[in-house]
Design a protein around this ligand. Structure first.
Ligand SMILES: Nc1ncnc2c1ncn2[C@@H]1O[C@H](COP(=O)(O)OP(=O)(O)OP(=O)(O)O)[C@@H](O)[C@H]1O
Ligand SMILES: [Mg+2]
Length: 233
């Protein structure tokens, strides 16, 4: 029975789509897991970041109405269902639940890349077994994390992943505050992923961190592999 992992933060640009792709690729490389990525992002950034540029006209909306649609192979064992339009017809939530149950029979993991504040994201949060929260370590984002229980079911949150870390004083301050806040909690507070031009360059080339042998990203690879293991357990 597949497990649903939703990557969520109401803030834009924190690396949700990027992290979704990296984790999905790593998890699909563990024990030959079959992984499906879904999204509420009609820009389909996950596909873009994976370097795949194909036409589609039967995205998630068609899966919901007809029970079938486009399935795009991003890598071996790693599939993607695109989204053409983020406005959904009434009653889509029940259909989405049924569809996800069906996917759980076929896939070992279903990762969901969310976008800020959309109705469909509420369903994706409800359907999640596990929630992963990428965040930046700035004041506004971290205050949001301290109030997280207002937005998500904390018992589902398995990891908080600081991203785009550039080692400023303010970031180190918030890293310590969040570390203390999460101490003794079952939520895994990951090592911060550094802000690196090399990572955006890799993404620009349509490659994941597993597809580079540069020593520069050894640390990032280790951090992400560890997160993938924690959230896929
Ligand atoms: N650690 C990092 N270092 C450098 N660039 C990064 C890092 N993490 C993510 N990026 C880049 O930052 C950009 C924004 O990331 P991404 O699209 O994943 O954010 P998002 O949270 O999904 O945004 P949105 O809310 O718009 O969907 C991308 O170009 C991505 O490649
Ligand atoms: Mg995104």
């Amino acid at each position: 029975m597949g497990k649903v992992i939703t990557i969520k933060n109401n803030k834009g640009g924190v690396g949700k789509s990027w992290l979704t792709l990296q984790l999905a690729h790593i998890i699909s490389n563990i024990d030959e897991n079959k992984v499906l990525v879904l999204t509420s992002d009609s820009q389909n950034n996950v596909m873009l970041y994976a370097g795949i540029d194909v036409e589609f006209d039967k995205g998630l909306e068609t899966w919901l109405s007809k029970g079938d649609g486009d399935l795009i192979a991003l890598r071996d064992n790693l599939y993607y269902i695109p989204l053409s339009d983020s406005s959904f017809k009434r009653g889509f939530d029940k259909k989405l639940k049924v569809l996800i149950e069906r996917f759980k029979e076929e896939y070992d993991y279903i990762l969901i890349d969310s976008v800020p504040v959309l109705n469909i994201d509420k369903c994706f949060l409800e359907l999640a077994d596990t929630i992963v929260i990428p965040t930046m370590l700035d004041t506004a984002s971290c205050k949001g994390i301290l109030n997280l229980s207002n937005e998500v079911d904390l018992s589902k949150v398995k990891a908080i992943v600081p991203n785009k870390f550039s080692k400023t004083k303010a970031e180190k301050f918030w890293k310590d505050i969040l570390g203390d806040f999460l101490k003794g909690n079952s939520i895994y507070f990951a090592e911060p992923i550094p802000q690196m031009a090399f990572l955006s360059e890799l993404t620009h080339q349509g490659k994941t961190i597993l597809e580079s042998s540069s020593k520069k990203i050894d640390e990032v690879q280790n951090i992400l592999i560890h997160i993938a293991k924690v959230v896929s357990e």
